[in-house]
Design a binder for this molecule. Structure first.
Ligand SMILES: [Zn+2]
Length: 237
């Protein structure tokens, strides 16, 4: 099991931990600040220092049991790494913070469109959500203005939780059909952006939406019969 330090503090850039297992090109740690790919958000990159050697982390993923977190290293030979070894972790913080800004802005997009999101992807250079608009029209200039107005309000983002039962009774809280929150642990993590958005989410977010800065909706494209794909970029990457 890997302790998820990125949930206790999404802004922690360095951390000390120990190796709990070594597997195919990857190292599982007792605790980590690296976010594992999930919910449309890519896995973190950065570096691990183990026994005086710096290893580059090229991806972070959940182990198949979803309990352990594996850091994939750009190294052919991990014979020098053993369970119990001390590790110093350092995130590619600029990349992670950009992904947090992108991820949080997708919540704002969701809050401004009253339709079910059917898919999505968060990227370093652009992010997108697909919506089942059911014939509604969305104008990219109007949406750009509306999101930037929200960002300009500088609303705080807070983390909470909801019980599986409560979520079962309020299925409308789940805004994306493709990214169902992991149930079965008794409760699900939630994100709320003051009065703008409230939904279950397992990603990492900025503390205040003012950190996102200006955004632009670059494309609204048909994707299938009723779906529209809405793509967004950050003005200051
Ligand atoms: Zn989120």
């Amino acid at each position: 099991m890997t302790e998820k330090v990125f949930y206790q503090d999404s802004y922690q850039k360095t951390h000390r931990s120990t190796v709990s297992a070594v597997e195919d090109g990857g190292v599982m740690l007792a605790s980590t600040i690296f976010y594992p790919m999930g919910g449309g958000q890519p896995g973190d990159t950065g570096s691990l220092k183990i026994g005086g050697t710096d290893y580059r982390v090229i991806d972070t993923r959940y182990a198949p049991d979803r309990i352990g977190i594996v850091h994939y290293l750009d190294a052919d030979d991990l014979s020098g790494v053993s369970p119990g070894d001390a590790v110093e972790l350092e995130l590619d913080w600029e990349r992670r913070h950009r992904l947090m800004r992108m991820h949080t802005s997708m919540h704002l997009m969701c809050s401004l469109i009253s339709a079910q999101a059917t898919g999505g992807s968060i990227g370093e250079s652009e992010s997108r959500l697909d919506f089942d608009l059911q014939g509604q029209t969305v104008d990219k200039h109007q949406l750009t203005t509306a999101i930037n107005e929200l960002i300009g309000r500088g609303l705080p983002v807070s983390v909470g939780s909801i019980s599986d039962d409560e979520l079962e009774r309020n299925p409308g809280l789940v805004r994306t059909m493709s990214v169902q929150p992991p149930r079965g642990q008794g409760e699900v993590r939630t994100i709320s952006i003051e009065d703008a958005d409230y939904q279950p989410c397992g990603g990492t977010h900025v503390k205040n939406i003012g950190e996102i800065g200006e955004v632009v909706i670059t494309k609204i494209k048909s994707k299938g019969k009723q779906n529209k794909r809405i793509t967004m970029v950050l003005v200051n990457p």
